[in-house]
Design a protein around this ligand. Structure first.
Ligand SMILES: [Zn+2]
Length: 447
């Protein structure tokens, strides 16, 4: 059992199980040792100037980054796997800041599906995400707690997951996936979509507090709230503003009391502004934002978490979607102008074809950002966003999204130079030659 990577709070684990942790770390097969040599390195922030670097990995963490000639040589008695990167670029594993592995079907199909079938489809999609180089994801709504547990226990392959649990929504809001005749009045039986953890319906401060605390009880690392109209939801116009100031503040306080934060789904300036004033730290989508609201986000240090591919022409954007497609260009230009921290998220869910678009987000951003900026978004900037979950960070024992001494050993070796041609990353099957997560090789096609 690997206590270092499991869901147990590290404090509790080290207090109660200190001896066991030490014993596990000392076991020779506790984690494979790995050396990667002859590497160029993008460390999550910048390209290192040295042409030939060596990374040493032990117990899932990077323990040394050194020029090849000054790196500790591999001891003869050590059981170490050595990968010669052949001068290729090594990058931190990618992070997807907005994705839904546990919504693998459309909402109508999900409602009818056997939950075990849905869970198995989620496991398949989680593995596929890891194979695309996403070693960490922030789940922005859906029942992913069991998926996360199975991955952390090593039962199945997949990324590290920062789960939100059910999206918290007012009646008729973006997270109201219930049938039209369902009601949330006291004493009524919750709808199947609530019971299975897709949406939590809560109206009024008291109900919002309960809904937030229920997600935290299940192990949410951050909270997702629907603060305005959505595309895929049935009952809410895009321009609708969801939740009163007092309800949003209640959600933020309940999250803050657990040391974490709230992310909201919001497109319009009114919904975004109300959320930011309530203390929300991450705005999902935001495609209809205006100049003044972007300025506010910049001043408050709030993260912008937009999607360029899924909402940028992947679907025919008609009806509700038409305005959102038009807003994308303006939003990205404003984000650059005000130097807002832009997260990298794809919002893929619902069907294998759509999940397959995950890597297309890289190229879709080239209209506004350089390859270096986009790579930072997908690694170190996303990691700063994840770190807002503070003590609720399930992987708080080391840094994510960077390649440096002490960080988690989540990394990729790529053919070609994505700093020159970022679209190489859109074909991960071919161009990602090595994928390492938690110090463990999950793909290696180098000779
Ligand atoms: Zn989403």
């Amino acid at each position: 059992m690997k206590y270092s990577s499991c869901v147990l709070g590290t404090l509790t684990a080290s207090l109660l199980l200190g001896a066991a942790v030490l014993a596990a770390a000392a076991e020779p097969n506790a984690a494979p040792r790995l050396v990667i040599k002859n590497a160029r390195i993008f460390d999550g922030r910048n390209l290192r100037p040295e042409r030939r670097l060596t990374l040493r990995i032990t117990d899932g963490k990077i323990v040394e980054v050194q020029a090849d000639e000054s790196a500790t040589s591999v001891g003869e008695t050590e059981s170490v796997t050595v990968i010669d990167a052949g001068g290729r670029l090594v990058l931190p594993g990618f992070i997807d800041a907005h994705v839904h592995p546990s919504i693998p079907l459309g909402f109508t199909a999900l409602r009818e599906a056997d939950p075990n079938y849905a869970a198995n489809r989620a496991a398949v999609e989680a593995r596929a995400m890891l194979q695309r180089g996403f070693t960490t994801i922030r789940d922005m709504g859906g029942p992913s707690f069991g998926l996360k547990q199975a991955i952390d226990e090593g039962l199945i392959e997949g990324p590290r997951i920062f789960p939100s649990g059910a999206m918290i929504s007012q009646t008729s809001g973006h997270g109201d996936f219930r049938s039209r005749d369902a009601a949330a009045r006291a004493g009524d039986v919750p709808d199947v979509m609530e019971n299975r953890g897709y949406g939590a319906i809560a109206d009024g401060e008291a109900a919002v507090l309960t809904a937030v605390r229920e997600q935290l009880r299940s192990g949410a690392s951050q909270i997702k709230v629907a603060a305005g109209g959505g595309l895929s939801s049935m009952y809410d116009p895009i321009d609708s503003v969801q939740y009163l100031e007092s309800e949003l503040k209640a959600a933020v306080r309940a999250a803050a009391d657990w040391g974490t934060y709230v992310a909201v789904h919001a497109y319009t300036p009114t919904a975004i502004r109300r959320s930011v004033e309530a203390g929300v730290k991450s705005i999902e989508h935001a495609h209809l934002i205006d100049d003044g609201t972007m300025k506010l986000i910049a001043e408050r240090g709030v993260f912008l978490s937009p999607q360029a591919y899924v909402f940028g022409g992947a679907f025919p954007m008609t009806g509700k979607g038409a305005a959102i497609a038009i807003g994308l260009d303006r939003m990205m230009k404003l984000a650059k102008q005000y130097n807002v921290r832009v997260a990298f998220g794809t919002d893929v869910f619902g069907a294998p074809r759509v999940y397959g678009w995950q890597s297309k987000e890289f190229g879709a951003r080239l209209q506004w950002f350089t390859p270096l900026e986009i790579l930072r978004q997908a690694t170190s900037i996303n990691a700063e966003l994840l770190a807002l979950s503070g003590p609720r960070n399930p992987y708080g024992g080391a840094a994510l999204g960077v390649l440096e001494t002490g960080a988690w050993a989540d990394l990729l070796i790529v053919d070609g130079d994505p700093l020159e041609n970022l679209r190489l990353l859109e074909d991960p099957e071919r161009n990602l030659r090595v994928i390492v997560k938690n110090g463990k090789i999950v793909k290696n096609t180098l000779p």
